[in-house]
Design a protein. Structure first.
Length: 264
């Protein structure tokens, strides 16, 4: 099962080697984690937003897939504003809660950083086929075939968990199991479904491991691959673009005087 759905249009990003996408995500993430300031995160987020037009995601798919990031960022901002390290002028003080200029600036930096790191990672993953990712990891990065194939098999089963969850819920409802109302009833129903899904996943994983072993997937003999993974000029250009975004964000923060190396 592909991570890409029929609603995702073929795009230039979708045709890029997954190793290049992984390198871009790591470059931007590492650059933004070197300092906690709002300028570098804002610049990176603005440059990423310009490139989202080529990702191939519809507006609906984009908002649905990135919804966890948009939900997490405001909560992180609010928590940091209320309980972050105090510095500068006090803007609000109520008991053990105090809001200062420093905590507001820190909250803004953290919120923008979550968006700048999370959104491109989700978008790049959504436009990546698991098989292409496995081919790239094994052929371009030369990772062990046993690790790559095992991870690929597990990744392909992730989509089945949702179908299994719905099937188990319908089966339990048809049998009248876990129909109790209230918070306690919903908790028992969730616990029962989670345990049933765990048992089903363990059984399926055991069968899959046996089947893969029988077909020689655990052999130490060098493998051949059905599809060649090529890291070409286009992929190198994508990595360069990621490096430019990271370098531009750092440069802007240094010039603005907001750069603070976290390890210093």
């Amino acid at each position: 099962m592909s991570l890409m759905t029929p609603e995702i249009r073929p795009s230039a990003i979708a045709r890029v080697n997954p190793v290049a996408k992984l390198a871009v995500a790591l470059l931007i993430s590492c650059a933004l984690m070197l300092s906690i300031d709002w300028v570098s995160a804002a610049v990176a987020l603005a440059l990423e937003a310009v490139l989202l037009a080529w990702c191939g995601l519809s507006a609906r798919q984009f908002w649905l897939r990135t919804a966890p990031v948009w939900i997490a960022a405001p909560f992180a901002v609010l928590t940091t504003v209320l309980y972050g390290q105090d510095s500068g002028a006090v803007l609000l003080s109520a008991g053990f809660v105090s809001v200062t200029e420093g905590s507001v600036a820190l909250a803004l930096a953290i919120g923008l950083r979550i968006l700048a790191i999370g959104i491109p990672g989700i978008v790049l993953l959504a436009t990546t086929d698991p098989t292409d990712l496995g081919d790239g990891l094994a052929q371009v990065l030369r990772l062990p075939a046993r690790f790559v194939l095992g991870a690929l098999a597990g990744l392909r089963l992730v989509g089945m968990f949702i179908d299994d969850w719905h099937s188990l819920a319908l089966a339990r409802r048809a049998r009248g199991v876990g129909d109790g109302g209230g918070l306690r009833g919903r908790g028992r129903r969730f616990g029962g479904l989670a345990f049933a899904l765990l048992v089903l996943s363990v059984r399926r994983g055991s069968k899959l491991a046996t089947a893969m072993e029988a077909r020689g997937f655990g052999s130490d003999i060098p493998r051949t691959w059905a599809r060649e993974s090529v890291f070409g000029l286009r992929d190198s250009l994508v990595v360069v673009i990621g490096a430019v975004i990271a370098a531009t964000a750092i440069t802007a923060a240094v010039l603005a005087g907001t750069w603070h190396f976290v390890l210093a």
